[in-house]
Design a protein around this ligand. Structure first.
Ligand SMILES: [Zn+2]
Length: 257
């Protein structure tokens, strides 16, 4: 029976890298669909591309939810929690959500009146398509990772034997994610809002009754840096914390994973 649980260590790391591996494959597959966008026929080819990307997103979202559910089951079993519980596996992103995200990601590819066009919209079509592709990869990554995270969050919320959750951030995560993960298991069972950004690979670590949460060494160091350099400076904590990380944290700051 595992009586202590942490944001770092073998299981959380494995879970995070499984999700990371999944979103890497997702991005590879989405890249492969780029050929569906025909520059001379954007009006008709972009909707076809959106439909194809959406199908891929749905598939990967299902896999992401399954990875989350498996992780939850394994953690629950390791905690020696009694009683049956079935993880409610999240479905793919709701209708229209993926499409809206992809429409946003491709909004600058359309020809605009040069008078009203933004800097990004005045670039050559090739550049605009490249930017759209980059943005699309980020939004689909978030949609898929969110499905896995919301599976674990919803399980915590429904499972009476869970007491809360912690955030597990990668060593190379951004200051925002490092800050939240250094707080430990402070998120109550009912907290289902997970603040993620595009490209965020943070995981949700459930904590069960009878378990004690212990920060990993790296998260403890982030907490220390926060206390020393940023706490007590309302309005500029994150900026100060980011600077402290850049100076004192041996782990890389973004856009690495
Ligand atoms: Zn993150």
């Amino acid at each position: 029976m595992v009586t202590t649980v942490s944001d770092g260590g073998r299981d959380p790391d494995r879970y995070r890298s499984a999700q990371l591996g999944l979103t890497r494959l997702l991005v590879r597959d989405v890249r492969g669909l780029r050929r569906l966008i025909i520059p001379s026929r954007l009006r008709t080819s972009i909707p076809d591309w959106i439909a194809a990307v959406q199908a891929v997103v749905d598939q990967y979202a299902q896999a992401s939810a399954a990875v989350g559910a498996e992780f939850y089951d394994a953690q629950r079993q390791a905690a020696g929690v009694s009683g049956q519980f079935t993880v409610p596996v999240a479905g793919p992103p709701p209708d229209g959500k993926t499409e809206a995200s992809l429409r946003w990601a491709t909004k600058d590819v359309w020809e605009r009146d040069p008078e009203q066009a933004t800097e990004a919209q005045r670039q050559p079509l090739e550049t605009r398509l490249e930017q759209a592709e980059k943005k699309s990869e980020q939004v689909v990554q978030k949609l898929v990772a969110d499905t896995g995270r919301s599976t674990v969050l919803e399980a915590v919320r429904q499972d009476r034997r869970a007491t809360g959750w912690a955030r597990s951030a990668a060593l190379g995560a951004c200051a925002f994610c490092k800050l939240l993960s250094s707080r430990g298991a402070v998120f109550a069972r009912e907290t289902v809002g997970f603040r993620a950004h595009d490209g965020c690979h943070c995981g949700v670590i459930p904590v069960f009754a009878g378990q004690t949460f212990e920060l990993s060494n790296h998260a403890r160091e982030w907490a220390r840096l926060y206390q020393e350099y940023a706490a007590g400076h309302p309005g500029s904590q994150l900026r100060r914390f980011r600077r402290a990380l850049a100076e004192h944290d041996p782990n890389p700051l973004p856009g690495s994973f």
